[in-house]
Design a protein. Structure first.
Length: 171
């Protein structure tokens, strides 16, 4: 029985177990800026609340001042606001600048009898009221100095009118 008992008795001996090396603990570094970050995107001027072109960009008026015939050639005298641009859209109509008279810019035009022609008259104030400034306004908008704001640039035909010119006929 002693033999059996001695086989069942376990003796514990101290064993040297190696200690693992210390594991480094990483901590995050919090960076506190000493000044405000610089802004990389330039802010644009605000959008205009109302159309800044309302006063500066009115459609010019065009009118027939008189009609006449000289040596069986019909003539029409057109009147437009001074400073407006004038362009004939049909090659058969010839026009001559007759200067400003009585506060009206006058053009004498002639063409084939009983034909209708077209002229284009524009107010240059439409383009001048806004300036394309990429530093102040997004692309497609212009800057209004009077309102210090951005507004869509006028199209090529804003402030323009196409006028039908009936030359008439001679007896």
């Amino acid at each position: 029985m002693t033999f059996l008992l001695s086989g069942c008795i376990t003796v514990f001996e101290p064993v040297d177990t190696p200690t693992p090396p210390p594991t480094p603990i990483f901590t995050s570094t919090v960076y506190v800026p000493t000044s405000e970050p610089t802004q990389t995107e330039i802010p644009f001027a605000p959008a205009c609340g109302s159309d800044p072109l309302t006063e500066a960009c009115s459609t010019p008026t065009v009118g027939a001042l008189s009609r006449s015939c000289i040596k069986k050639v019909p003539y029409i005298l057109l009147g437009i606001p001074p400073g407006s641009t004038f362009e004939t859209l049909d090659p058969g109509l010839t026009c001559k600048d007759e200067k400003v008279r009585g506060g009206v810019q006058q053009y004498s035009c002639s063409g084939q009898q009983l034909y209708s022609y077209r002229v284009k008259v524009c107010n240059p104030g439409c383009a001048a009221a806004l300036t394309a400034d990429e530093l102040k306004c997004p692309p497609g908008d212009g800057f209004s100095e009077s309102g210090a704001c951005c507004w869509p640039l006028p199209s090529q035909d804003d402030g323009c009118v196409t006028y039908k010119v009936d030359v008439g006929g001679c007896p």
